[in-house]
Write a new protein. Structure first.
Ligand code: UFG
Length: 329
């Protein structure tokens, strides 16, 4: 299938492009390169540089490439920044996404795969987290993702859009060949920061809170490999053939790891000691978030290949050790 990957030069989008090729599909990438990287592009894949909210531009790509399905990864994703700069987040994550959906509607493209987040649940009522838990985001980032989920429901009902929204837990890792990986500027995610501390690019890793009601006092998260995430996005394609279909799936391994466990994994894999500072809690961090992904497993036949934190960190280390400056752009 001819698939437009919006945000295909970003972290998750670029991994999805390679998984699409492996599955025999024909990806086309659209990215404005604000956070994406030219170096993350797969050379043989057509690339269009521009904005998802630019209707004329997007329409020309949809028509010119005879796109059948759109995948959307081009959101701003810093939770902290979303609190201080809500205009920026609502503008890109909601307003520009609405323009993209409007353009798709006008062009007669009716299949959509959306990158959502477990941040739409806020502090969960119960663990592990199933799709039917109440959604009550505690920051604008999570709210923008929930807003788009609601827009998608309305469009599905009114116009027959068929879509799947995947609520990711903590996306992590890199391609097994070490060619593409995680390169955020600024970097705020735990695994890349610990790797930087291991190799001396930063002085230490701060553990945000050691007094949580968890086995070792640090936060529990569900780290899930980007290639595992990507394969779920492709496995849903067949279900989108009928108009007006809507699907929501939580994607995580179901096995949480504490911050201390992730630090130990990086030390094991890299063979280096990570200097640690025990710091205050970071505002807005729920103590534990982990998925029940039974629905994705049952309905999509989804399997988790990277089922231990060591396998995830190993792939991340292959990328970071071979690209000490990321994509270098
Ligand atoms: N952490 C530290 N020190 C650091 C960085 C992080 O202790 O220097 C801790 C955090 O407190 C948290 C865990 O490591 O407990 C993971 O933190 P990340 O910032 O890597 O990830 P988050 O769980 O905060 O957020 C991620 C994505 C969001 C997404 C969210 C869903 O970055 O986009 O998962 O839960 F919304």
């Amino acid at each position: 299938m001819k698939v437009l990957v919006v945000g295909g030069a970003g972290y998750i989008g670029s991994h999805c492009v390679r998984q699409l090729i492996a599955a025999g599909h024909e990806p086309v990438v659209l990215d404005n390169l604000v956070y994406g990287h030219r170096g993350a592009l797969t050379p043989e894949v057509p690339f269009y540089e521009g904005d998802l909210g630019d209707k004329t531009f997007v329409r020309s790509v949809l028509d010119g490439e005879s796109i059948e399905l759109v995948m959307h990864f081009a959101a701003y994703c810093y939770v902290g920044e979303s609190v201080t700069a809500p205009f920026k987040y609502y503008e890109n994550n909601v307003v520009a996404t609405l323009r993209l959906l409007e353009t798709m509607h006008e062009a007669g493209v009716s299949k959509f795969v959306f990158s959502s987040t477990c941040a739409t649940y806020g502090v969960p009522e119960s663990l592990p987290m199933t799709e039917d838990l109440p959604q009550a985001p505690i920051n604008p980032y999570g709210q923008t993702k929930l807003d788009v989920e609601n827009i998608l429901k309305a469009l599905s009902h009114a116009h027959g859009l068929s879509f799947a929204a995947f609520r990711y837990f903590n996306a992590a890792g890199a391609s097994v060949d070490g060619v593409i990986g995680e390169d955020h500027k600024p970097e705020t995610h735990l695994i890349p920061l610990i790797v930087d501390a291991a190799v001396g690019k930063r002085a230490n890793i701060k553990i945000f809170g050691t007094d949580y009601d968890t086995p070792d006092g640090t936060c529990l998260r569900d780290y899930v490999h980007v290639d595992d995430l990507s394969r779920a996005h492709i496995a849903v394609f067949d279900k989108l053939d009928k108009p007006g279909q809507s699907f929501f799936y939580n994607l995580g391994t179901g096995t949480p790891n504490s911050v201390r466990e992730v630090i130990s994994a990086v030390e094991r894999i890299t063979g280096k000691t990570v200097p640690v500072i025990e710091d205050e809690r970071r505002p807005g961090d729920p103590p534990a978030l982990f998925a029940d992904s039974t629905k994705a497993k049952t309905e999509l036949g989804w399997t988790v290949e990277f089922d231990t934190i060591d396998k995830i960190v190993e792939s991340a280390w292959r990328w970071h050790s071979s690209h000490p400056n990321g994509y270098g752009d």
